[in-house]
Write a new protein. Structure first.
Length: 114
């Protein structure tokens, strides 16, 4: 059974930081590029960061320099360190392989507000 479980969301003030975690099961994790997506209220889901099995990260322009994606293949986990958060970062954050696009988890709610 394929499953992705996100955690680490919460309420943070503008300029603050959060670290999201995601554990994957039911896939050969080390073979997949992993991605973090977010979906803000009333908007489409967008891809914010990806990381290849060999640890090569890529970022959307909107988060470059503030977010860091990392992975631990031994633990089937992917992380998203988010610094200098902005109110427009308020969204539900999901992890998923871009090549899969199915079996979405419940996501992690991130709210950036003073």
């Amino acid at each position: 059974q394929v499953q992705f479980v996100e955690s680490g969301g919460g309420l943070v003030q503008p300029g603050g930081s959060l670290r999201l975690s995601c554990v994957a099961s039911g896939i050969i994790f080390r073979r997949y590029v992993m991605g973090w997506y977010r979906q803000a209220p009333g908007k489409q889901r967008e891809l914010v960061a990806t990381i290849a099995p060999g640890d090569s990260p890529n970022y959307a322009e909107s988060v470059k320099g503030r977010f860091t994606i990392s992975r631990d293949n031994a633990k089937n986990m992917v992380y998203l360190q988010m610094n200098s958060l902005k109110p427009e970062g308020t969204a539900v954050y999901y992890c998923n392989p871009p090549d899969l696009g199915r079996y979405w988890g419940q996501g992690a709610q991130v709210t950036v507000s003073s």
